[in-house]
Unconditional design. Sequence first.
Length: 330
Amino acid sequence: MSRLKLAFACWNYDRTRALQDGRIRPDGIDLNFLAMPVEETFFRMLRHREFDLAEMSLSSYVVSLFSEAKPFIAIPIFPSRFFRHSSIYVNAASGVREPKDLIGKRVGNPEYQMTAPVWIRGILAEHHGVPVNSVTYVSGGEEEPGRSEKLKLDLPPEIRVERIGPDQTLSSMLAKGEIDALYTARMPSSYANGDGKVKRLFEDYVPIEKRYFRDTGIFPIMHTLVIRREVYESNRWIAQSLTKAFCLAQREAYADLYQTAALKVMLPWLIAHVEETRRELGEDFWPYGFEKNRATLSTFLRYSFEQGLSKRLLQPEALFAPEALESFRI
């Protein structure tokens, strides 16, 4: 029986490396692994459907489900997760010292529908008293001008989103005080340069993020994996095959992180970090699969609805190929 050839776009993560180098091969599938930055993958998949399988912004995928075509279907694999309290940057002279100071301010988001800002807006509204409609959002390129929303949005009138000028960037605007804050995924260069004009809202963010996890049990999901729907419909068996392979590759990454004969990652206190992470988040601290992530997905879907991105409140089961929801043991 010939193997199905699939083009797969994804960044080169430790949890996908065994698939990239061919040590793990999905049953019945030959993967052509195309390693590229997430922004490029998302743009090319959302605009042009260039790949059979791709890493995808969770928010973009959810928004795509409200299009008539519904071009993708996901499997419950989550290559990117990130606590986002550290990703709120403020102009040092803006007067923003605590979350409620953001009310009435102008806040940059590279794209309103980006997953990281969806989580940030939701967390600030639910846990810090900053209503989503209490700020004006400003969108555009963070470091390079000209970025636009990858998907067409139809937001309610109480959500105010403005475009920046064709030659402006959010990072520069933040440093100049032309916006007061920035919710983003990538650290802006105006913070990284260390001149003090830009600060984090939560400078000591690790204890805050640990407390957030203890209170909610949520380790925010940023990305999932999607299959072009026509590829899935013609080969429905691939959802289970791919889910199994990604779980096996992640198992290798877990083992590598706790290898003491020689460190496989260039962090001197890697083992201590792994042990601390297990104490805080549990042994399976980066869970794949559906049931372990139901509550996190439900929270994200509620945020997407409350922020005007989802036209109705979806249930987590609606996101995934039914074959990939079935549990199995490896």
